[in-house]
Write a protein that binds this ligand. Sequence first.
Ligand SMILES: [Zn+2]
Length: 501
Amino acid sequence: MTDSVRRAGAILLLLLGGAALWWAGSGATSAASANDVMVATIAAAREHAAENDPRLKGASRFEDGGWIYAHLEGEAGAIGYQHGYLLAPEIEDAFAAVSAGMMHSTERDWEFFRKTAHEMLWPRIDAEYQQELQGIVDGLRARTDSKLDVDDIVAFNAFEELPDYYVPWLNKQQKLAKTPNLKSPGNCSAFVATGSWTKDGLIVMAHNNWTSYMNGERWRIVFDIAPKNGYRILMDGFPGVIASDDDFGINSDGLMVTETTITQFEGWDPRGKAEFVRARKALQYAGSIDEYTKIMLDGNNGGYANDWLLGDRKTGEIAQLELGLKAYKLWRTKDGVLAGSNWARDPKVLKEDAPEFDPNNKDSSPNARHARWDDLLKENKGKIDVPLAEEMLGDHTDSFEKKEDVDERTLCGHVDASPRGVSVWGWTPFYPGGAVQGKATDAAMAREMRIVARMGHPCGGNFLAKPFLAAHPEYAWQEPYLRDMNAGPWTEFRSNQTAGK
Ligand SMILES: [Zn+2]
């Protein structure tokens, strides 16, 4: 059977099936439910017609361990189309949660974000990524009756940088009398190690993503991207967003990339290029630490300012790029470990870009985890490998209390259990956020384009939404979006993977 005959057969069967359902339904039930069946039939027929789109050629998706693996390939527009089509239900769902969060925290309406995306971000996005973003809209609309357009998708892609970097800067510019208390986020615990620190002397890299559970429970995509131009990419990510965004990824030229954000960062350049574009571009086109640094600096807008932890498996070298807006610093070594838990350390970056941050406040989440990383990594010098990294990401030692606990100061964060919250990020007591998933890889795995990943708290603990909301009615506004976050098993993913193989 040729492909087209098979396809025609599938569509015919589908239409027959729909008609049979409709016929069965119309006799026994109300006209309304018959109408529902017709709507569903038409939607299914549209979906099948869209499946014949040549832009979908080569794209695939499967689920494993709580993750959704999406393979995308080809020209920029096709990559976007495949992304929008394969992940349409997840994009709609994530957009609703993320846009609600952006409007809630900033007290700005969605039109504000659309306008910002259109006027400030879009003109500075490379043509390749403009095509990919438009492709997401086209794929989404081919699959569903989505009303989202490219301004929505661009604003959504900037969900880490517009509310917590641009809006506080804008509020200051506009000298508004009363503004919400917006602070740059503190996302993640991570390290990269090499040389005498690791078991095999080669690079090991690990990261857990800290964010709200509302968003984090949706941060469950593994993107395998084979772009027409640039290097092959394997990264975790968020539905509808073109960068990894919590940032854990490897490329086929040997670059290994992760980061943690800079707490209490302040600043924005409206003439700069969106961070989500630079981060995606750097992972796709950088074959060395120098090239990565150059792409991140080009058009730096200050958005989502991070301490980038990098590895080059070709040379065994690791690096930390502390990327402020007014200042930045690059450290590099072939024998060492570089850790991150949301603290800047270069005196110039601290002074100029994060002036409020106090590195000496030992009970704050970034500094307490900093101390824990120092101890834990030193204890394990020479033994670090991926299984040990998995354990470290689930670590529950509170270095300030000097005991095991489950709170905001542990590498595996559970801020919902903390009466303190994390004030430096504006996270109020019992904020439903913390470590939402973890990933790890090493040089040998990266050579074969493999990573391991665990959905949910890296320690394996579950978060249950209903009892949490009952105990903490102050977070009732999240009720439509906040779901249970159950931990999956550590699961391996690799490039070119298909279901069950
Ligand atoms: Zn935990």
